[in-house]
Design a binder for this molecule. Structure first.
Ligand code: PEP
Ligand code: MN
Length: 339
């Protein structure tokens, strides 16, 4: 159960309410986000919600049977818009395009990517400065120096920064230079990190875990939301299956399922999803048709020279073509009456 509280509820009203819900056999947790104040009741006993709904200090009450609550569509039917400022955002009914290299490599590389993005009206840039690599000997990112160089150029160009945070201790130093904190697939269930991101006033994009279920992704999002931060984006990036012909198996089933279960925007990462450069466009467009609110893909001036993930990275010509195809496919999707 989710009880939305009025902003002006008094402490005694809140205590009386919590006591009443407790006595009905529900464990109650109070959640205060940057947007609202909620009581989450976990329990099974049946009751007449009108008995609570009439109490003072309550805005609304909802029965949500899902394991996750606040990210569920059962209480918030209207899709959530993630506002990144300057008219840039991610939302249902629009198509976000996020591109950039796997890793931020140099000042010069950043300038080239930004020029490419400007030419193609792309306003959100991805790139890693802290890289989770399977091998400790691989390039592990430029760290904060790289992020600061990136920020200077992105800010001047009106471009938003999407980048991965790998651990709690990085959040504070990264905070002022980031528009969207990315939680990587290897960290989807790092609950300490998720808790801390709940305290941040920046958007958070959570990637699906390498072996994570759809429900686990939603539970991870619930951590951040219940920690206080409602600005969440879900990202399908492929899961590990028995299939070896592709890097991962991009689970496009997840897109309509997530959209039907949650009010949060869903984006698709075909680069990590299939891991093969020449097939990234097909999977990106399939993601658009599956109902994604955005596509995130890797691009680089010279992918064969990229420090990481070159095999799945598009060059700028391929990226320009794909951005156009994404927009055209989205326009086509809008003409269909799909859920
Ligand atoms: C990335 O986006 O470069 C990345 C490392 O992604 P993932 O966490 O999905 O592997
Ligand atoms: Mn990558």
């Amino acid at each position: 159960m989710i009880i939305q509280l009025n902003q002006d509820i008094s402490i005694s009203q809140k205590e009386a309410l919590m006591d009443k819900v407790n006595r009905m056999g529900y464990k109650v947790t109070e959640v205060k986000t940057q947007v609202g104040d909620y009581l989450i009741g976990i329990g099974k006993s049946a009751f007449d919600i009108r008995k609570i709904g009439v109490l003072d200090g309550i805005q609304d009450i909802h029965i949500v049977s899902d394991e996750y609550k606040l990210v569920s569509k059962k209480w918030k039917v209207k899709p959530t818009r993630i506002d990144l400022g300057e008219g840039i955002g991610i939302e249902d009914g629009d198509m976000a395009i996020i591109t950039g290299p796997c890793s931020i490599e140099s000042e010069e590389q950043i300038a080239k990517v930004i020029a490419h993005m400007k030419e193609n009206q792309i306003t959100m840039m991805r790139g890693g400065v802290f890289k989770p690599r399977s091998s400790p000997y691989a390039f592990r990112g430029l760290g904060m120096d790289g992020l600061k160089l990136w920020y200077q150029q992105a800010k001047a160009a009106g471009i938003k920064i999407v980048t991965e945070v790998m651990q709690v201790s990085q959040i504070e130093e990264m905070h002022d230079y980031v528009d969207v904190f990315q939680v990587g697939a290897r960290n989807t269930q790092n609950f300490n990190l998720l808790d801390e991101l709940g305290k941040v006033d920046k958007a958070v994009m959570i990637k699906r875990g390498i072996s994570g279920t759809i429900e686990e992704l939603l539970q991870s999002a619930e951590y951040v939301f219940s920690g206080g931060n409602e600005k969440l984006i879900l990202c399908e990036r492929g899961i590990r299956t028995y299939e070896k012909a592709s890097r991962n198996t991009l689970d496009l089933n997840a897109v309509p399922i997530l959209k039907s279960k949650s009010h949060l925007p869903v984006i698709v990462d075909p680069s990590h999803g299939i891991g093969i450069r020449e097939f990234v466009p097909q999977m990106a467009l399939a993601g658009v048709m599956a109902g994604a609110d955005g596509i995130i893909y890797e691009s680089h001036e010279n992918p064969d020279k990229a420090y990481s993930d070159g095999q799945q990275t598009l060059n700028f010509d391929q990226s320009a073509l794909l951005a156009d195809q994404i927009r055209r496919t989205f326009a086509l999707r809008k003409t269909f009456d799909l859920l």
